[in-house]
Design a protein around this ligand. Structure first.
Ligand SMILES: [Zn+2]
Length: 322
C-alpha cells in the first residue's frame, strides 16, 4: 500500500499512536534501525498531512464544539472568560485551527487543557500559549513533555516541547474549574492509554471528553512506554460508562467525534472480549506471533479493524499486557 496515500486520504486525524502500524508488516516488527527510519518518515507524513487537512467544526450545546482534523479531537468552550480548548492538535495546522476558532467567535484563547502527553494532542501547545493560553494538565503530562520521550515500540525519541508549550498548571488527581458559566471537572484515570490521561466533564452541558481512553469505532493504541495497559483501558472504560448517561455527549480522542454511551459500551465490550481471547492464547503457551495468527479479534475486525491500529497490531498490544 502506498503509505502517503493512505495517510493523505484519511480525514479522521492522526496520532503518534498510529506510527507503529505503519512501521509494522503483518509478520512482525521491523528491525530497530528500519523502524526508526520508518517512524521518522511517518511523523513527517503526519505533519505534512495535518498542514493541509481541513478542520471540521461540530457544534454541540452550551457553547461547546468539537474540531476534527488536527490530531486528536479538540473540544472548544467559548464565552466571556475566553476560549477553553481541550487538546491542541498538531502545530502545523495553526492556520486552519485559527480559522476554525475564529468561526466560533472573537474570544481570545485563555485556557488549554491537555488530555495526555501525546504529540497529536500537545504539538499545538506552543502557538496556543503564545496566543494567550494557560496550559493545564496532569503532572505526568508535564513530566513527559519536559524530557526526551522514548517510545520503545517505535524506537523513536520525541523531543521536549519549548518552554512555552509546557503545562504551567498541573494536578495529581482532580481539578475543578468554573469558566464561561460551566463547571469543568478534570479527573486523572490512573494508568489507561498512558498514565497521564484525564477526562474533562462539562457539567451543566452534560458533555464528557474522554481523551484517548476511547477510540470511537476503531481499535485503540495503548502506550506501554508511558504507563498504559489493556487492563487500564478497560478500567477507564468502566469509569467512563459510570460517568455517562444516555443523554451525555461523549467526545472520544479519535474516531467519529460526537459519540454516546451506547458506542462507548460497544468499545468497552470489544476490549473485554479481545482481552479474554488473547489471555487464553497466552495462557496456553502461544507466542505473540501465534496469537496474532489465531485471529482473536476476528469477530470485531469488520467494525473496528479499518483504521491504522490494524487487527494484528492491536492483538500485539493486548498480548503485551495480559
Ligand atoms: Zn494518544
Amino acid at each position: 500500500m502506498d503509505r502517503s496515500n493512505r495517510y493523505g486520504m484519511s480525514r479522521r486525524g492522526f496520532c503518534l499512536c498510529c506510527i507503529g502500524a505503519g512501521a509494522l508488516g503483518t509478520n512482525g516488527w521491523l528491525t530497530p534501525r528500519e523502524a526508526f527510519a520508518e517512524a521518522r518518515g511517518i511523523v513527517s507524513l503526519i505533519k505534512d498531512s495535518a498542514a493541509t487537512s481541513q478542520i471540521v467544526t461540530h457544534r454541540l450545546r452550551n457553547n461547546v464544539s468539537v474540531l476534527e482534523g488536527s490530531g486528536g479531537n479538540v473540544a472548544v468552550l467559548t464565552g466571556p472568560d475566553g476560549m477553553v480548548l481541550i487538546d491542541a492538535g498538531i502545530g502545523v495546522s495553526q492556520p486552519q485551527m485559527a480559522k476554525a476558532l475564529a468561526g466560533l467567535g472573537a474570544d481570545p484563547v485563555t485556557h488549554l487543557i491537555n488530555t495526555h502527553w501525546h504529540f497529536d494532542h500537545t504539538d499545538g501547545n506552543t502557538w496556543l500559549h503564545e496566543a494567550g493560553a494557560k496550559i493545564i494538565a496532569h503532572k505526568n503530562t508535564r513530566k513527559y513533555l519536559t524530557e526526551v520521550q522514548r517510545v520503545e515500540e517505535w524506537d523513536y525519541n520525541f523531543l521536549p516541547l519549548p518552554p512555552g508549550g509546557i503545562p504551567s498548571d498541573v494536578f495529581a488527581t482532580e481539578r475543578n474549574l468554573k469558566l464561561n458559566g460551566l463547571s469543568i471537572d478534570l479527573k486523572h484515570y490512573g494508568p489507561a492509554h498512558t498514565d497521564s490521561d484525564i477526562s474533562v466533564a462539562f457539567g451543566e452541558a452534560d458533555i464528557l471528553h474522554v481523551a484517548d481512553t476511547f477510540w470511537n469505532g476503531v481499535y485503540p493504541f495503548i502506550d506501554y512506554s508511558t504507563g498504559g495497559s489493556i487492563d487500564g483501558m478497560i478500567t477507564a472504560s468502566d469509569a467512563n460508562l459510570a460517568m455517562a448517561t444516555d443523554k451525555t455527549i461523549i467526545i472520544p480522542g479519535h474516531g467519529k467525534p460526537v459519540s454516546n454511551k451506547a458506542e462507548l459500551k460497544e468499545f468497552r465490550d470489544m476490549l473485554v472480549a479481545i482481552r479474554e481471547n488473547v489471555a487464553a492464547l497466552k495462557k496456553q503457551g502461544h507466542s505473540k506471533a501465534e496469537a496474532v495468527a489465531a485471529k482473536p479479534t476476528a469477530a470485531f475486525d469488520p467494525k473496528f479493524g479499518n483504521f491504522v491500529i490494524d487487527p494484528g497490531f492491536f492483538t500485539r498490544l493486548v498480548y503485551e499486557g495480559v
